[in-house]
Ligand binder design. Structure first.
Ligand code: TTP
Length: 356
């Protein structure tokens, strides 16, 4: 039985900016470029969230929801510095640390001797130390696995923590809405609702076979997650090979103008994810576009190019669209990263997943 802590800083970029400019305190703040209002927000503080303003929302739209929103340009150097400070604190407790982004990490504290081995007390101590060192608050989730710990860290946000003991897993998971499950986005959630699954408890009533036939491999993951089962280890040295953002549309898209509009949104989200994961251009090997057509056939177009810019992605998208004259149901933009793998291996593995 593992003891996992998921630590997540509260409205991270916004909190750093407010800490460094107290005049922003108590006012609605969004992090995003004030000049390029055509972009999307990286995040917003809790005052702004009251208006419905949140990460990934187009800045123009956020300003409509909250005309008093103060826009602050992101400063990644500062966020990186805080990130290093919090990682130093994690290291005082365990070597099994899996950072998910600059402000978020899983810690496996199963063998940690501090605080008499109590993961709850360790989480509290870590949050206190983070505050002492950075003057920023963090929330924590404590649970027997990563899936539950991540959900739990959201439960008492901001500046709180929530524990799910092994005994509590069944009752906690039973009423959990399906959209809280990792990987279940808007479209999958709608599909699940259509099948009559509102909560994890509902999914538990279905057999593995039923889930597999109606949802494919997603069905298999849902079978496990809906029972609170997750055997993934905390991996401290994982080498990321790619990062992408995909949008599945609730209605298939036919018109090229609409595809360009969607691509622009996906692109902005990709850029902000790259920042959040601290992936700079020097780490990028190639860029790619993935398209899934109405008939579920998919194609990937890539280019050995480390510049992440919208025009290049649009060129790749148009190339992909020429391969089939059909509306599209999914658009993904991404990057392949430089790895320690040999070039030849990279090419084959990429092509394998790339074409149809
Ligand atoms: P999150 O931990 O997802 O969000 P948050 O810390 O802003 O707020 P919460 O208190 O609800 O956890 O992301 C951490 C930082 O990553 C966030 O401050 C800004 C950045 N980010 C982006 O740049 N783009 C995004 O789409 C998201 C979700 C976050």
């Amino acid at each position: 039985m593992r003891k996992i802590i998921h630590i997540d800083m509260d409205s991270f970029y916004a909190s750093v900016e407010i800490r460094d400019n107290p005049a922003l305190k108590g006012r609605p703040v969004g992090i995003g470029s004030p000049i390029h209002k055509r972009g999307v927000l990286c995040t917003a503080n809790y005052e702004a969230r009251k208006y419905g303003v949140k990460a990934a929302l187009p800045t123009m739209y956020a300003l409509k929801l909250c005309p008093d929103l103060i826009l602050v340009k992101p400063n990644f150097e500062k966020y990186r510095k805080v990130s290093l400070q919090i990682r130093e604190i994690f290291k005082e407790y365990t070597d099994l640390i899996e950072p998910l982004s600059l402000d978020e990490a899983f810690l496996d504290v199963s063998n940690c001797k501090q605080c008499d081995g109590s993961a709850t007390l360790i989480a509290k101590e870590i949050r206190d130390k983070i505050f002492e060192t950075t003057k920023l608050t963090a929330s924590a989730g404590i649970a027997p696995n990563k899936f539950l710990a991540k959900i739990a860290s959201d439960w008492k946000k901001p500046n709180g923590q929530f524990v799910i003991t092994p005994e509590e897993v069944s009752s906690f998971i039973f009423d959990l809405p399906v959209k809280k499950i990792f990987g279940v986005g808007k479209v999958t959630a709608e599909k699940l609702h259509g099948l009559g699954f509102e909560t994890c408890g509902d999914i538990q009533k279905a057999s593995l076979l039923e889930l597999r036939s109606s949802l494919g491999s997603t069905g298999e993951s849902l079978y496990k997650y809906s029972r609170g089962i997750d055997n993934r280890e905390v991996r401290s040295s994982r080498e990321r090979k790619s990062l992408s953002v995909e949008h599945t549309f609730s209605k298939d898209i036919k018109k090229i103008e609409e595809m360009v509009k969607k691509a622009t949104l996906v692109f902005e989200e990709l850029k902000s994810r790259l920042d959040k994961k601290d992936i700079q251009e020097s780490k990028i090997k190639s860029v790619f576009v993935k398209i899934k057509f109405k008939d579920f056939k998919q194609t990937t177009v890539s280019d050995l190019n480390s510049n992440v810019n919208l025009n290049d992605y649009l060129v790749l998208m148009k190339k992909g669209l020429q391969r089939k004259d059909e509306p599209i149901r999914l658009l993904g933009l991404g990057v392949q990263l430089k790895t320690r793998k040999k070039e030849s291996e990279f090419q084959t593995s990429f092509l394998k997943e790339g074409i149809d």
